[in-house]
Structures are given as C-alpha cells and as structure tokens.
Design a protein around this ligand. Structure first.
Ligand code: ZN
Length: 233
C-alpha cells in the first residue's frame, strides 16, 4: 500500500492542483490530508472541495478550527488572524460543516496521523526539535506518526543515529507544507510512504506561486502572505 500524505494546504489552489497532478502518476493507493486545508491563502472553498474529492481521510488543523470558530484564532499572529476572519466570511456553510466534523487524529495501516503532535493534539504543540520529538514518542504506540503544522519537512527518530526510515524503528515524520513551505525552499512539499517496504519519499515541486500571490493581493489579504511564498518562510 502506497500512501501519499499531504498537509498545510492553506487555501493555495495552485500548489494543491500541482501536488495532485503528480500524486496521480505516483502509483498511490490512498491519500491522507493532515489538516490546515484553509487559512492564509485565497481559495478556501476550492481547496476544501478538491481535498474532499481526492483524499480518503482528512484531519483537523488549527487554521481549519480557527476558520469555523474565530475565538480559537485569538492566539494567532495578526496576519493569521486577519486571514482566519477573511476565510470565515468566504467559506460556504457546507464547507464549514465539513471542517467542523474533522477528527484530531486517525490511525491507518497501524500508523498514526495527526496535524500537530500526538501529545494533546487539540492544543497544537509544535515538534521542531529532537527534544520535542522525544517527549512525543511516549504518547503513541504506532511505529510511525505523520505530522504537519510546522511547515518544515523533517524525520525524527527515537534513535539519534538512524535518521533513515527503516522497519523496526520509531519515527515522527513531518511531510512539510503544500501551500506555505517554511524551510527556505519555496517548493511545495508532501510525503509518500510504502507500508510494505517502509520506503519514504519527501516530494518537492515547483508550482505557479506568482498566480497564488496575485490572488492573495486581489483578495485584500495581508501582502506579507503573498511575499513569503517566494522566500519559503
Ligand atoms: Zn499550517
């Protein structure tokens, strides 16, 4: 079984369509979305609908939660909060209902999938360091937990010396972000995992970010949300 794992689309339709066009030729059996379908970008409804059409499972992200419950956007930075308010106005009732029903975690093929962290997933903790990862390894029993949230693709192992994904190890794998990469590489990022061979691939692709940036400006969203796409941060 080959599973594609996408995360943090953030209403970026150009990146999302590019990712799906490549996933279509990657011989993938299942697609799982780790959340943050909306927030920051200009096409929230289209992204919800495209993700719903192409993926088998979707998990709730903090920006999805904020878009349907603005009280939870209180701790967001000003740009994220403006985007959450804009997204809340844009989203159709049907798409809001859909986002409200999403779960915090799912288990598939004996693996765990969560937006932020296996430890208290509803509190949106970041896993950005080895010590963050070490703490989280205690809170799941599956051999692999796939996460998003930081927008930085990385593999954490519970053994410092084996960064490659191999059967028998225990890992937290961040698949990176489709719509707003933050590792100083502006190309979109997602993961493909083979549940039989345990081969893991982090896919990076160029997409038409000029078009996404143009739409962000036209929508009246903060221009920093357009500019950061080109820097990948
Ligand atoms: Zn995100």
């Amino acid at each position: 079984m080959r599973v594609a794992i996408i995360s943090d689309i953030h209403s970026n339709l150009e990146a999302l369509n590019t990712a799906f066009s490549v996933i279509a030729v990657k011989n993938v059996d299942e697609i799982i979305c780790l959340g943050d379908v909306v927030g920051y970008g200009p096409n929230p409804n289209e992204c919800v609908e495209v993700v719903l059409k192409h993926t088998q499972h979707i998990i709730l992200g903090n920006h999805d939660e904020a878009a349907v419950n603005l009280a939870t956007a209180e701790y967001f930075n000003p740009y994220a909060r403006i985007a959450a308010e804009w997204t809340n106005k844009e989203l159709t009732q049907k798409n809001k209902e859909l986002l409200r029903k999403l779960p915090y975690t799912i288990e598939r093929h004996g693996l765990l999938f969560v937006h932020a962290s296996p430890f208290q997933p509803e509190l949106w903790y970041y896993i950005v360091s080895f010590s963050d990862a070490q703490k989280n390894f205690r809170y799941f029993t599956q051999p692999v937990c796939f996460v998003g949230h930081s927008h930085v693709p990385i593999i954490f192992s519970d053994d410092l010396w084996t960064p490659d994904v191999q059967r028998g190890g225990k890992y937290i794998i961040n698949v990176g972000s489709i719509g707003q990469p933050r590792d100083h590489d502006p190309r979109l990022s997602f993961g493909v995992f083979d549940t039989e061979t345990w081969q893991y691939e982090n896919v990076r692709l160029e997409y038409d970010m000029k078009e996404t940036a143009r739409k962000i400006r036209i929508a009246g969203l903060p221009t920093i949300l357009a500019d950061r796409l080109f820097d990948g941060k």
